[in-house]
Design a protein around this ligand. Structure first.
Ligand code: ADP
Ligand code: MG
Length: 540
């Protein structure tokens, strides 16, 4: 239990209790009868002192109640906890528990005492998370300011409501300051972060699916100061139908699989905690020299088709991928092309970084883009408004492409797409595929663990391809096994899994679908290389 840091006597629900704070716990013991309640401070989001008993609304922080003489009423302190609780139908989810303590005696002194306790609890719980989590490279600065971008059309179109009902209060309880911007169109978030004064923000978070994070990552990489900008800690609040990165973070933390609102609350908890990890990004080149940055996946064939075709089942939320998979299975087809990759164990640079920058310059041309913010935007930050008011409107594009850019790290493993791949690459002998899927996080969707071994910053492209000839039944079995992440050990002869650092796909058919992070991109030859730990994600 550890040495007590503070002990006191307070009243809890009308019962006098001895309360003891240690480095890890808060122990509450009734003075007359009853077992002690032990509260783990690892589950604590925040604590505050206040006057009125009703602390259920964490707003209105009484820690700085100027003008009040402190004698008006009694004093309390509240502790906001989100422990993992077993759900009735199985699994675990974080559930809010409010612990409120009444400090008796002189109200003025009581308030001082309540403030001392609230501060001690906040500081102690902050220390715990620092000591107990592995893989964390930094913490979001405190007090922090978060730029929060929300796509109101993501998922079933309820992201804003979900934010208000589940996340807003958590942010207040954790004393996290944020500016909420509701996006108005595709690429709005991308334009905003491309132009934003990032010195104002300690983190940029999205409330949407993976598509909005794709916009943010690419907006940051399109900046002149990309190298610094992409180190801005990114946060994810799953409000979309494709919340693969949120599900991946859970997987890495060893938490039980969660979905929907449970996943949202758990991600809200992580965002408030603000523990930052490194995140790999993959640089993707398309035939017309578009360069994109991807944090999740590159898909061609079955998975890409399902991704895009399932858009029309958006009203069912995350289940759209299941529906899309079943529909596509009924009209299963073969995709012809050439796949090659650089195996992970052979990661030697093909050319020096300098040479690569030159070759990139050769094949690229800078195209400038413009943007517009409407005046009735819920955006509350003036510098962001000012930056984009004078520009022309950018029509939403069907594909989520970037301007051609030479910004970003050089792709030292790649040669231009019109040249053959380097000799030490592996060229797959088959040319008939059902799917090619490059993953750099574990989850393809909330309930599909496509690359269970993947980690945030392992520097590896987990390449999975399925050769033509697989039966519908076997493919269905593969996707069902993917829900548990066991599909790579079912020994299906048509399924190949390799670890790579770079890959190239050259489809033969003139029309088709390629997706990056679930977003439609230009169809045609495409190649990619991973950059380990290029970005940062709040993920622990
Ligand atoms: P979902 O997982 O539900 O598909 P995403 O975050 O992937 O949610 O967003 C879906 C698409 O919506 C992405 O292509 C994103 O760029 C785009 N988008 C973002 N904001 C808006 C908006 N305000 N209106 C329309 N599309 C938007
Ligand atoms: Mg990875």
């Amino acid at each position: 239990m550890g040495e007590p840091l503070s002990c006191g006597e307070f009243s809890v629900n009308g019962h006098s209790c001895a309360v003891c704070l240690t480095e890890r716990e808060l122990t509450v013991r009734r003075l007359v009868g009853g077992k002690p309640t032990v509260v783990s401070l690892a589950d604590c989001l925040g604590a505050r002192a206040h006057r009125k008993q009703d602390a259920d609304d964490a707003g209105g922080d009484d820690d700085s109640d100027e003008g009040d003489d402190g004698t008006s009423s009694s004093a309390f302190f509240s502790v906001y906890l989100y422990p993992l609780r077993q759900r009735r139908w199985g699994g675990f989810a974080r559930r809010r528990v409010l612990q409120q303590f009444h400090v008796s005696g002189d109200p003025r002194e009581g308030l001082q005492e309540a403030r001392r306790w609230a501060r001690a609890i906040r500081e102690t719980s902050a220390r715990i998370r620092h000591h107990t989590t592995g893989g964390v490279c930094a913490e979001v600065k405190r007090p922090c300011r978060i730029l929060l971008l929300l796509n109101p059309h993501s998922g079933k179109g309820q992201a804003h409501t979900l934010f208000r009902t589940h996340v807003q209060r958590m942010l207040q309880e954790a004393a996290v300051r944020y500016t909420l911007i509701i996006t108005e169109r595709q690429n709005h978030a991308r334009e905003l972060v491309r132009e934003a004064d990032l010195s104002q923000w300690d983190a940029v978070a999205i409330m949407s699916g993976d598509g909005l994070l794709f916009e943010v990552v690419n907006g940051l990489m399109e900046r002149e100061d990309w190298e610094k900008a992409i180190k801005t800690p990114l946060g994810v609040l799953p409000g979309g139908s494709g919340n693969a990165v949120a599900a991946s973070i859970h997987h890495y933390c060893g938490l039980q699989p969660m979905s929907g609102e449970d996943l949202l609350v758990s991600c809200g908890f992580m965002l408030c905690k603000g523990l930052v990890s490194h995140l790999d990004l993959t640089s993707v080149h398309t035939a017309s020299n578009q360069r994109l940055f991807s944090f999740l996946s590159l898909a061609w064939g079955f998975v890409a088709d399902v991704d895009i075709e399932s858009e029309k089942y958006r009203h069912v939320g995350a289940a759209r991928f299941t529906v899309g998979t079943l529909v596509r299975l009924a009209s299963l087809r073969v995709y012809q092309g050439q796949l090659s990759y650089l195996p992970a164990e052979d990661s030697g640079s093909f050319s020096s970084p300098e040479e690569s920058v030159e070759s990139l310059n050769d094949v690229s041309q800078q195209i400038s883009t413009s943007s517009e913010c409407s005046d009735d935007s819920p955006c509350t930050n003036h510098s962001l408004h000012n930056c984009c008011n004078s520009n022309n409107a950018l029509k939403p594009k069907r594909t989520n492409q970037s301007p051609v850019s030479v910004l970003g790290p050089p792709d030292s493993l790649l040669v231009p797409l019109d040249q053959p791949v380097p000799a030490h690459w592996t060229v797959v002998s088959e040319e008939d595929f059902v799917l090619v899927l490059a993953m750099y996080q574990s989850h393809l969707a909330e309930d599909l663990i496509a690359a269970p071994a993947s980690r945030l910053d392992d520097g590896i492209i987990h390449l999975i391809y399925v050769k033509a000839g697989i039966s519908r039944a076997a493919l269905l079995h593969l996707f069902l096994a993917m829900e548990k992440g066991t599909h790579l050990s079912i020994n299906c002869p048509y399924v190949v899994y390799v670890k790579a650092r770079a890959l190239r796909i050259v489809p033969y058919s003139p029309k088709g679908t390629i997706t990056v992070d679930g977003e439609l991109v230009e169809y045609g030859p495409v190649q990619a290389q991973i950059h380990s730990s290029l970005a940062r994600l709040i993920a622990a």
